[in-house]
Design a binder for this molecule. Structure first.
Ligand code: F6P
Ligand code: MG
Length: 430
């Protein structure tokens, strides 16, 4: 079977295009990320700086150099877990170099490459080179965490108040969904240079309210029509970033449980450090620990409440290696039929963040008025209800009304609106 058969017949975002965000990412952003990773294992902490660490750091730095000199992308050595699929696609792409490659493939390759260096080491197996950065980012978000925790408590009371009617329930649902959406605006791979005050300005409740007008494709009414009557359903969340975004995701997940809309929320983390800030199993535990370490009564209580939801299996986790392949999600029916089968048990599958959106849409140059449902084909034909909550941090964007792209180009003076994280989509298809 040809797993590539349903790839969109539209040109991919490519690092070869000097006007693209892919080009900026490859020439500037990735080398910085890669060198930070090398620094992490060489500097500070016990075992850091040992001979093996130096060797791994050296190979990571070589990778940065390869990017900067536009070296060919080499196949992985066989035998390591997860590399066959990369090598197969690389074989299909032919002779590609860092500045002449599908953006999606090249970027995923980097994180797989780094994971392989740890996997084949003796003392560093399973090491997450981004963990320290992830923990630090959560600490910087403490102001917004405090504010949103307070708001969540109020919201929970409003939800359970006797006067609550359907219209009110919808308003609360929209509010918590938007908290979850904008949690995606401040991930490390894009905004690593913000200081604490700037971060707080982007994350608080006021910022969320003001950003409502920046949701450029908003299917919330169609979504509500389907979920308003949800009673003890299963919702799956394909997670994106750790720390603050995961905190916002868990607020949304607990709203679903508290409201009775869901009896189970299944969380899908990554199986190794991915795109700098993505959630691994370890990050879920890490978040709960960090919340308790804040020594703020209401946040400790919230962490304990979530621990209870995990213990009672109202919150569950499900790991699958498909999420750390370079496959766009149109290949899921052929490349990961078991995962698709699992998601088909769900009543709503929520894809968080920019990379998930790129993979859903294939990361290609769709006209911006392409319906979301058409762009995520054939996943939209598999009986799933698909919701994506994404702040725009890459070129691909679909589901816009005619004329919207032109208005945005004017407003942002070019394509910056696609990449800045200022705009967002709530796209849904059933
Ligand atoms: O290069 C920036 C970038 O890594 C994009 O490639 C990617 O889509 C995004 O950041 C990650 O964003 P998110 O965490 O929302 O998926
Ligand atoms: Mg991410």
């Amino acid at each position: 079977m040809n797993i590539y058969q349903s790839d969109p017949k539209v040109a991919c975002s490519s690092t070869a295009d000097p006007n693209s965000f892919a080009y900026v990412a490859c020439t500037k952003r990735w080398p910085d990320i890669i060198r930070d990773a090398a620094d992490d294992i060489e500097q500070g902490g016990e075992r850091r700086g040992d001979a093996e660490a130096k060797k791994i750091a050296g190979r990571i730095r070589d990778l940065a150099h390869d990017l900067e000199t536009d070296a060919p992308i080499e196949p992985f050595e066989h035998g390591l877990s997860g590399v066959t699929e990369y090598n197969d696609e690389l074989g299909r792409l032919g002779c590609v170099s860092w500045l002449n490659c599908k953006w999606l493939f090249a970027e995923c390759y980097i994180y797989r490459y780094i994971a392989c260096l740890f996997a084949e080491s003796t003392h560093w197996k399973g090491y997450d080179v981004f963990e320290n950065a992830k923990r630090g980012a959560f600490t910087s978000s403490s102001k917004a965490v405090d504010e949103l925790a307070t708001r969540f408590m109020e919201l929970r009371e409003e939800l359970h108040s006797k006067e609550g009617n359907e219209q009110q329930k919808k308003l609360l649902f929209v509010e918590i969904l938007e908290i979850c959406l904008w949690g995606n605006a401040t991930d490390l791979s894009l905004l690593g240079t913000l200081d604490m005050a700037q971060l707080a300005n982007r994350q608080g409740r006021q910022a969320i309210k003001e950003s409502q007008k920046n949701i450029i494709d908003n299917d919330i009414d169609a979504l509500w029509k389907d979920v308003a009557t949800f009673n003890h359903k299963r919702v799956d969340i394909i997670l994106d970033n750790a720390g603050f975004e995961l905190f916002a995701d868990l607020l949304f997940a607990s709203f679903l449980i508290e409201s009775g809309m869901a009896s189970t929320v299944v969380l899908h983390p990554k199986d190794f450090g991915w795109f700098v800030s993505d959630v691994t199993m370890n990050d879920i535990k890490g978040l709960l620990g960090q919340m308790k370490d804040m020594n703020v009564d209401k946040i400790t209580k919230l962490a304990e409440y979530w621990e209870g939801l995990f213990a009672s299996r109202q919150f569950e986790t499900f790991e699958h290696s498909f999420w750390t392949t370079a496959h766009p999600y149109c290949r899921m029916p052929y490349a990961a039929p078991d995962l698709l089968k699992e998601l088909q048990k769900s009543d709503l599958v929520v894809f968080k963040g920019d990379l998930n959106y790129r993979k859903l849409t294939g990361d290609v140059h769709w006209p911006s008025t392409t319906p979301f449902q058409a762009a995520i084909c054939p996943l939209s034909q598999q009986g799933l209800r698909v919701l994506t909550l994404r702040t725009n941090k890459a070129d691909v964007c679909v589901g816009l009304e005619p004329g919207m792209e032109e208005r945005l180009n004017k407003e942002a003076g070019g394509p910056a609106w696609r990449r800045s994280g200022k705009y967002a989509v709530i796209s849904y298809c059933n």
